[in-house]
Write a protein that binds this ligand. Structure first.
Ligand code: 4AD
Ligand code: MG
Length: 452
C-alpha cells in the first residue's frame, strides 16, 4: 500500500512502472475523451500530470476540482507534453476527500497577507511548500553541522525562573484556577514565579562546563510587542556554547557555520532556490553563492560608529557612542559600506546583557552581532564573564537577584573555565535563505501580536 513520492517519479526513477500516488489536485481539466489532473504531494513543488483516459472516473469529474485529495494508480510513461518529462497514465482513481467550489485556494495567486489568515491551508501552496521543505532541510543541516564537530545537542528548560537577556520580555507562566474564585486566578508555577524562556544560554553554560561543546535548538519566547517583519513572539534559536573558547573562536565558528549551511542549501535545495529566485527575490542565488565563498567583515562597535558618523547619511536616529545601533545603521554597515555580512564586536557594556565579559577598558564587553544584508542582526553572542567578582558586581548593577542566580555564579567558583557562545535565530536565517520578506512566512504557525 506504499505510495511513491512525486519527486522521485519526476526524477525518472519509475519508467514504465506501476505506481500509486497520493496528494491534492492542483488543477483539473477535461477535453473530449480524456481528462488531466495535476497532482501534488508536497515532495516537490512540481505537480505530476495524470492522464485519465478511457473515461476513467468520468462520473467523478465534479469532485475533481482544485484541492481534492486523491489516490491514483497508474503507469509512469514519458510525457509527450512540453515542459514535463514524465506523466502518469491512470488505471485506478479514488477520491478520499473532495474540496468543492468554496475551497479558498482556487487556482490563482493569493497575497501573503491573505494566506497568513488561512494558516491551516497555506502549506498547500507552492510558496509555503517550498519554505517548509527548506525549513526542514536547514534544521537537519544544523544538527549535522554540530554533530559532525563533536557538539552535544542539549535540551534546556522552556519553563524557567531566570531572565537570561534581562530585557523583561518574558511571558509569565500561570496555572489556570481549579476553583473559579477571583483569588485563585493566575497562580504561579506551583507557588513560584516562572516564565517561558527567552534563551537557553545560562543552562547551556552549565552544560558546556561539563560536556565541552554543546548546542541547544528549540523554541524561545519573547513578549516584544513589536510589529516588525523580523520579530516573532515564539521563534526557534540555535545556541552553541563552548568551554575554553573566546570571542574570536565564536566569530570563526559562526562564520564557518553560516557558510556551511548556505553551501548545503545551494547544493541540495536547488529547485526550491530556483523557485524563490523566480518568485520571491531575484538575485538570491548570486547573493548566496557570493556569501558561501567570501570571508565576512569584522569591525568593532567603535569603528562602526566612526563609519556611520562620517558617511554623511541622513539617519532617523542619531549615531553616538554608547547608543545601540538601529536597524537603519545596521543596514548601512552591511549593505552600503561593506556589501557583505559583518560582525560587529566590542559593544558598550551598558547596552548589552550582564553575562558578557567586561574588557580591560571597562566600558566595552566582548560581544558580537552578525549582520546580514537585507536582514540585519541574525546572530548575537559573546565571551562570558568568567570572573566571579566582576560577574557578581555586574549582576548587582543590572538588578539581578544574586541569591536566586547563585547557581550561575557557582559555575565561576567551581572548576571555572573561560567560555563563549552565540544564538542564531532560525527564522531570520530562513528569511535570508529564501528571500521571504516577513518572518511570519517562514514558520508554519507564527506567534506574534494579533496572530495566535
Ligand atoms: O541577540 P539575542 O537576544 O541573544 C541571545 O539570546 C543570547 N542569549 C544568545 C547566546 O549568546 N547564546 O538573540 C539571538 C538571535 C538574534 O540575533 C535573532 O536572530 C534571534 O535570536 N531573535 C529573534 N528572532 C525572531 N524574533 C525575535 N523576537 C527574536 N529575538 C531574537
Ligand atoms: Mg541581539
Amino acid at each position: 500500500n506504499q505510495s511513491t513520492p512525486i519527486k522521485q517519479i519526476l526524477q525518472g526513477l519509475y519508467r514504465d512502472d506501476i505506481v500509486k500516488v497520493q496528494g491534492l489536485v492542483r488543477t483539473f481539466r477535461q477535453s473530449k475523451n480524456v481528462a488531466f489532473i495535476a497532482i501534488n504531494d508536497g515532495s516537490t513543488f512540481e505537480s505530476l500530470q495524470v492522464v485519465l483516459g478511457d473515461g476513467l472516473g468520468d462520473n467523478l469529474y465534479e469532485q475533481l476540482g482544485t484541492g481534492a485529495a486523491l489516490e491514483i494508480e497508474g503507469t509512469v510513461v514519458a510525457s509527450p507534453a512540453a515542459g514535463q518529462s514524465w506523466e502518469l497514465q491512470a488505471t485506478d482513481l479514488r477520491i478520499t476527500g473532495p474540496a468543492g467550489s468554496e475551497y479558498p485556494l482556487q487556482k490563482k495567486r493569493h497575497s501573503l497577507e491573505y494566506l497568513r489568515s488561512i494558516g491551516h491551508l497555506r502549506p498547500r501552496t507552492n510558496t509555503f511548500n517550498a519554505v517548509f521543505r527548506l525549513r526542514s532541510f536547514v534544521s537537519h543541516a544544523i544538527h549535522r553541522y554540530f554533530e559532525q564537530r563533536g557538539f552535544y545537542w542539549m535540551h534546556t528548560p522552556i519553563i524557567t525562573a531566570n531572565d537570561c537577556e534581562g530585557a523583561g520580555e518574558q511571558f509569565r507562566v500561570t496555572t489556570l484556577p481549579r476553583i473559579t474564585s477571583d483569588d485563585d486566578f493566575g497562580q504561579d508555577f506551583f507557588g513560584q514565579p516562572a516564565s517561558l524562556t527567552v534563551s537557553g544560554q545560562l543552562e547551556g553554560e552549565a552544560l558546556a562546563t561539563a560536556l565541552g561543546k554543546i548546542y541547544t535548538f528549540g523554541p524561545t519566547f519573547r513578549s516584544e510587542n513589536s510589529n516588525t517583519s523580523r520579530h516573532l513572539a515564539e521563534f526557534w534559536m540555535i545556541e552553541p556554547e563552548v568551554a575554553f573558547a573566546d570571542l574570536d573562536d565564536m566569530l570563526d565558528l559562526a562564520e564557518d557555520f553560516i557558510i556551511s549551511i548556505v553551501q548545503q542549501v545551494l547544493e541540495h535545495c536547488q529547485s526550491e532556490l530556483n523557485f524563490f529566485e523566480q518568485f520571491v527575490e531575484s538575485g538570491l542565488l548570486q547573493k548566496l553563492q557570493a556569501v558561501s565563498r567570501e570571508p565576512f567583515a569584522r569591525i568593532t562597535y567603535s569603528d562602526a560608529v566612526a563609519i556611520l558618523q562620517k558617511c554623511g547619511e541622513d539617519f532617523e536616529y542619531p549615531v553616538q557612542w554608547g547608543a545601540d545601533l538601529q536597524a537603519e545603521h545596521e543596514r548601512y554597515l552591511c549593505e552600503n559600506h561593506m556589501g557583505k555580512p559583518v560582525f560587529v564586536t566590542d559593544y558598550p557594556a551598558d547596552i548589552k546583557a550582564f553575562y558578557m565579559k567586561l574588557s580591560d577598558d571597562e566600558r566595552t564587553v566582548r560581544a558580537m552581532d552578525l549582520l546580514l544584508p537585507g536582514i540585519g542582526e541574525i546572530i548575537g553572542g559573546s565571551q562570558r564573564e568568567d570572573r566571579h567578582d566582576v560577574l557578581k558586581k555586574r549582576m548587582e548593577q543590572f538588578g539581578i537577584d544574586c541569591h536566586a542566580m547563585s547557581w550561575y555564579l557557582e559555575l565561576r567558583r567551581f572548576g571555572n573555565q573561560p567560555h563563549a557562545g552565540f544564538g542564531l535565530g532560525l527564522e531570520r536565517l530562513l528569511q535570508y535563505l529564501s528571500g521571504m520578506g516577513n518572518i511570519r512566512d517562514v514558520i508554519p504557525f507564527p506567534r506574534a501580536p494579533r496572530q495566535i
